[in-house]
Write a protein that binds this ligand. Structure first.
Ligand SMILES: [Zn+2]
Ligand SMILES: [Zn+2]
Length: 107
């Protein structure tokens, strides 16, 4: 079942990826071209796309690990969300205020 709408946070993450692709700023890890792993891209690490084994490369430390990718606030509890498909996983962190807000229906 396809949902009619996606959360605004997922939409923002997808748009961020499209922008990064347009500017040509993304470097893939050396495994991706021959890997069967999905490609992972994170909103907080816009310049790299990695395989599952390289996911630790995306890890953040300290305050940055608690920063919302949407409102840029640092919060005590950040929720890791995923958008994308089986082959491409788009990761983004959302604070309780931004998390999963359904997109307004226009119809
Ligand atoms: Zn890799
Ligand atoms: Zn937020």
């Amino acid at each position: 079942m396809y949902r009619q709408t996606i959360p605004t946070t997922a939409r923002a993450a997808i748009i961020a990826l499209i922008k990064a692709l347009q500017t040509g700023d993304i470097t893939a890890c050396r495994h991706l071209p021959s890997s069967t792993s999905p490609a992972y891209w994170a909103m907080w690490a816009r310049t790299v796309m990695v395989c599952r084994a390289c996911l630790p490369m995306l890890a953040l430390t300290g305050e940055e690990d608690s920063r919302c990718d949407h409102c840029r606030e640092i919060v005590p509890m950040i929720h890791l969300e995923q958008a994308g498909t089986e082959g491409l996983v788009i990761l983004h962190g959302a604070c309780p205020g931004c998390e999963g807000i359904p997109e307004m229906r226009t119809a």
